[in-house]
Design a protein around this ligand. Sequence first.
Ligand SMILES: [Zn+2]
Length: 183
Amino acid sequence: MRKLKSKSTDFFILTMNREMYHEIEKFIDASCCVKFSFLDLGKRAAGFSTPNECVVSTSIFQLPLEYMLYILLHEVSHQYQYKKYGKNLCLDIYKSEISLDEAVSKLLHIESVADRLALAKMKFILKTCNVPLQIDPIPRYLGNTNYEYFKKYISDIRENVNLLNLETIEEINAYIYASIIDN
Ligand SMILES: [Zn+2]
């Protein structure tokens, strides 16, 4: 797989059903994702997606297959959103161009769309590969009522975006990236 280049990829390839691996590869390729990698993110995040790259934590290897696929496909689904809406999809969320409430609603909407796509794709891949679904993953964001959590998350980022005078989505993503990777 051209876009999966890390040591942990070897583990992924070895444990993954060949056909399933091919389906995931096709999904990543069609998303136009610039760079896909597995990184050990510890407990900080299961993964994240920016217009420049998609990172999934190696911790998903310990999860049941359905959850592993769901998380991986969720992060790749964001790449389809960037492809459709452009790299500035989340810019107004992190800058104070829309109200905090609107920003929370927008982010929750983006997340739930990614969840829907990920779950549909997961079921499609399992069916294509004749692997029975054993666990139906509980989506993280569909019907998410944890509004206050997102409000705090966004307002913290907004505060730092202001403080650090971050202007472009590249600068903001670099800041978010560093806060996940360097912590
Ligand atoms: Zn997401």
